[in-house]
Design a binder for this molecule. Structure first.
Ligand code: NGO
Length: 528
């Protein structure tokens, strides 16, 4: 295991600095080293097992990507790799069926003969000086393994423009698979709207950290962000504004949404659509008077208060409305989930809320999907297949008592909309200040009393966008915290720790720079 070598690194770095003075960049009190840790020593998320073997594979003009014959899916994965490598290297690697033993200079992607123990997303990557071989039981595992290959190349590989090599991949054998099945992030496109291009860039960041769930918060008080044929005013009226106002339209057409789903699917990421109800529904209540108990449409809302809106649960029209929405979105969503919100229903009668959440589960089930709800959902009667998304309300264990599973999104740890420190120009602070260390240095299995590892599907970091207006804002709040969340979800708990992680993250910053990501350069991390 590489962990033994890593733990020795700080002492080694100090020695190196003494030897190299005055070129050494060591600052008093910091662990900054003269040279970044090697690519093998700075992978994020940390793999299960890394065995360096000496030497390196070098990409060259005659390199090729070899795949199992007659596998269009693997061809897509091979093309993804070729496309990622092209801008910086200038190489257009061909993707070809492999015939027999891998040829010298080839990167082989294969599921043939893979160990089923690798599961849905595990892989074995063997880099030798003359070939690279990536083996997985399922194509998703190959895709996850490609992210490791990217991170083993020099950081400049992420540049959008031609860079000089050499493009080496250190020789090693890496065996890897995820700890949790659910590793995700949420983007709130309701408070501020972000179009298809922005959403794709966010999905690319998730993919880079081997994440597999993208939760899209599609409706809230301030906006309804997806076209629904049976209720067109939801988008045209409810999607006409956002926090702070502005000129819409601020919503996805069905084609836009399908494009997002396909883009995520190509990265082995499942889109989890959320329509928040019965609270957080002012945009719907502004679009259709009949959804209100008094038949009066509410004004559009561009502020940031929560808890003031509710669908009228006494009305006969409400469940058919929900059914139409769930049906139309589910038809466009190949994933098995539908998120119904259910948070902060402060303006809904408690008994009506409980009844409604039962009715909604029946509707979602009829569309062939599993229901997910925010933590408050756990206070109602849940189907055993339903899922609760914890966010520090103190009731998640009620889901476990009902035999349901939990996704952890603790607001005090991984709400990406929280400020890093008191000087952060963006974000909120109601759940606290969340520095990079705070977001990383906790363990899902011990975080919520009464919710243990077996009850937990995984982790998901929400980015609420009350204060987030641009792609640069998204990047600043998301990174580097998302990298840590990716590692919490993927890497074995016993192998990871902040003191070692921050050195890997410091080196990783060079990759984010090469990508042009506007990340927060935390003073906790000895960046290069
Ligand atoms: C809460 C609330 C959201 C806010 C967010 C801001 C949940 C689940 N509901 O989290 O509406 O946008 O905080 O941090």
């Amino acid at each position: 295991m590489i962990s033994d070598r890593r733990s020795a690194r700080p002492a080694f770095a100090v020695l190196l600095c003494v030897a190299l003075l005055p070129s050494c960049k060591t600052m008093p009190g910091s662990a900054k080293t003269a040279t970044p840790p090697s690519a093998l020593e700075s992978l994020i998320p940390l793999p299960e097992k890394v065995e360096p073997s000496g030497g390196a594979f070098t990409l060259a003009a005659d390199s090729r990507i070899a795949i199992d014959p007659a596998t269009p899916e693997l061809e897509g994965i091979g093309r993804f790799l070729a496309d990622r490598l092209k801008p910086a290297t200038g190489l257009q690697l061909p993707v070809r069926p492999a015939a027999g033993a891998p040829m010298r200079g080839s990167i082989l992607l294969t599921t043939a003969g893979a160990d089923p123990q690798l599961g849905a997303e595990g892989y074995v990557l063997t880099v030798a000086p003359d070939t690279v071989s990536l083996v997985a039981h399922r194509p998703a595992g190959l895709f996850r393994g490609l992210q490791t290959i990217r991170q083993l190349l020099p950081p400049a590989i992420e540049s959008a423009t031609l860079q000089s090599g050499p493009w080496t991949i250190p020789a090693a054998m890496i065996t890897d698979r995820p700890r949790f099945v659910w590793r995700g992030a949420m983007l709130d496109v309701a408070r501020h709207f972000f179009g298809v291009a922005g959403v794709k860039r966010f999905i690319d960041l998730l993919a880079y950290y081997k994440m597999n769930r993208f939760h899209l918060h599609l409706s809230d008080d301030q906006g309804w962000r997806i076209a629904i044929d049976a209720w067109p005013r939801l988008a045209t009226v409810g999607g006409s504004t956002q926090i702070g106002g502005g000129t819409g339209p601020f919503y996805f057409s069905k084609a836009d949404y399908a494009e997002i789903v396909a883009y995520a699917g190509g990265r082995y990421i499942t889109v989890v659509p959320e329509i928040d109800m019965p609270g957080h529904t002012n945009a719907a209540l502004a679009s259709y008077a009949e959804l209100n108990c008094d038949d009066v449409a509410r004004p559009l809302y561009t502020g940031i208060e929560v808890g003031f809106s509710s669908l009228c649960l006494k009305k006969d029209i409400t469940l058919p409305f929900v059914r139409d929405v769930v049906r139309e979105i589910s038809a466009l969503s190949p994933g098995p989930y539908f998120h119904v919100g259910g948070d902060e229903a402060a303006s809904t009668d408690a008994a009506e809320y409980a009844r409604f959440m039962e009715d909604v589960q029946a509707i979602v089930t009829a569309e062939g999907k599993q229901t997910i709800g925010w933590e408050e959902f756990a206070t109602t009667r849940m189907l055993p297949t339903s899922i609760v998304q914890q966010w520090d309300r103190g009731v998640a264990q009620k889901a476990v008592e009902q035999g349901a599973k939990v996704i952890l999104s603790p607001s005090k740890k991984i709400y990406l909309d929280m400020k890093y420190d008191a000087t952060s120009p963006l974000g909120q602070d109601w759940a606290g200040l969340i520095e990079v260390k705070d977001a990383y240095d906790w363990d899902p299995a011990t975080y919520v009393p009464g919710v243990s590892e077996a009850d937990i599907l995984g982790v998901e970091a929400p980015l609420w966008t009350e204060t987030i207006e641009t792609m640069a804002d998204i990047e600043y709040m998301t990174l580097p915290r998302l990298a840590g969340v990716g590692e919490i979800g993927w890497s074995p708990a016993a192998a990871r720790g902040w003191d070692e992680y921050k050195l890997r993250l410091a080196a990783h910053g060079l990759r984010l720079k090469a990508m042009g990501v506007n990340f927060y350069q935390s003073p906790q991390v000895p960046w290069f």
